[in-house]
Design a binder for this molecule. Structure first.
Ligand code: COA
Length: 370
């Protein structure tokens, strides 16, 4: 059987997450991701994803300490980042720096210790590259701050407000893991050859970089910048739909309901930006767009996806658009490393077939000479 893009093909068993498109549920290890994002820290949910249960108090302490202790980059990675040319795309620089973490401690088999090292290092790598591209000095990690707080601190040099930290933390928990998406599949394919975890996540970052996967929510920001006020929303949306153009932040390959991640992020944005007129406009445009999508595309069940509210969160915390995909990468490191470990526990190398549609040898093939 040939299925282009492996659409609807089940390629692995996993106990890490369930993406339930019909009912609009995202479950991490038996818990609704939305509840986790609203009530727990990044460190606690990373622990859940790796170990399969929520941490007890001493385990919380342990995971926080381990993530802190691995924030400082090895000196050769530091030097490598300094040497990378500024005309190299940010995601390519991140991919190269992560690849350089692959020293001999990262041999087969993948372990949670390795996962922690990579997850701890990638915010430092990202912040350092971002600041270098902007001609700014690197900011050393702060060992007092939490994982997400420290990431924001290393980007800006300022301690972020608790509401900004919580908003980004919710986004990063909700994007930590999402089943067999393209980058996670890439990581599992590499791991299935019994290659090391660093190679697996380097491949995953390559997949994440592509606009069909890690595409940033900038399209949503552009749309709301063009609409500017409520009265302009309906004619603007109708014009797009009449021209058969896509509305950014709506529709999903799997979800047929409102994306549960959008649901959680909309609550978060309402909490942090209650009086922000931009968010009020976003909420108005969302409701109207869903109604009009139903009018123009009846029965397709098009709803709000995570990118719509990711854009709102990023804007509310003043995150630069160039950091949208890198930040998604910083959070997804948890999912990739967990899948690499899971793959190694019951491994079969991925080796699908290809349907040959090329030429067959001709009858006088035997007379061919080199
Ligand atoms: C996410 C996405 C790629 C899913 O695509 P898909 O599962 O292949 O869905 P399809 O493209 O088959 O869409 C089904 C129908 O809905 C329409 N549709 C889907 N998303 C739409 C959108 N955002 N705006 C307008 N129409 C849309 C399609 O035109 C198609 O109409 P048709 O049946 O008349 O041909 C698509 O919805 C999209 O590009 N959305 C906008 C970009 C975006 O927000 N991406 C982030 C995803 S998290």
């Amino acid at each position: 059987m040939f299925q282009k893009g492996l659409k609807n093909v089940v390629a692995a068993e996993t106990a890490i997450s369930l993406v339930d498109g019909e009912q609009g549920r995202l479950i991490y290890r038996g818990y609704a991701a939305k509840e986790l994002a609203l009530n727990f820290s990044f460190e606690e949910i990373a622990y859940l994803i790796w170990y399969g249960s929520l941490p007890k108090d001493h385990e919380k302490q342990m995971i926080s300490e381990l993530l802190k202790n691995n924030r400082v980059l090895p000196s050769h990675v530091h030097e490598l980042i300094q040497m990378l040319p500024c005309n190299m795309e940010m995601m390519s620089q991140i991919r190269t720096a992560v690849s350089a973490l692959g020293t001999e401690e990262f041999g087969w088999k993948p372990t949670v210790e390795q996962a922690i090292r990579l997850t701890a290092a990638i915010p430092t790598i990202t912040a350092m590259i971002y600041r270098k591209i902007n001609g700014e000095e690197m900011i050393e990690p702060n060992m007092e701050f939490s994982h997400v707080e420290n990431y924001l601190y290393m980007l800006t040099g300022k301690r972020p407000s608790p509401s900004h930290t919580k908003a980004l933390e919710a986004y990063m928990i909700l994007t930590m893991e999402h089943g067999m998406n393209a980058s996670t599949f890439a990581a599992r394919v590499v791991a299935s050859t019994e290659s090391d975890m660093v190679s697996a996540v380097t491949g995953a970052i390559g997949a994440m970089k592509g606009p069909l996967h890690g595409g940033a929510p900038t399209g949503v920001i552009d749309m709301l910048n063009e609409i500017t006020k409520k009265e302009e929303a309906e004619p603007w949306i109708r014009q797009k739909l009449e021209k058969k153009e896509y509305l950014m932040g709506f529709g999903h390959r799997v979800y047929r309901t409102r994306d549960p991640r959008a649901e959680a992020l909309s609550e978060i944005t309402k909490r942090i930006g209650a009086d922000d007129p931009w968010l009020e406009l976003a909420s108005y445009v969302e409701t109207l767009a869903v109604q009009l999508l139903d009018e123009y595309k009846p029965g397709r069940r098009l709803n709000t996806n995570v990118e719509f509210y990711a854009a709102a969160v990023m804007r509310a915390i003043n995150m630069a658009p160039s950091l949208f995909t890198p930040t998604f990468t910083v959070s997804r490191m948890v999912g990739w490393t967990a899948h690499t470990i899971e793959q190694s526990m019951d491994n079969t190398i991925f080796r699908p077939e290809a349907k040959y549609v090329g030429k067959q040898p001709t009858e006088n093939e035997g007379s061919l000479k080199a």
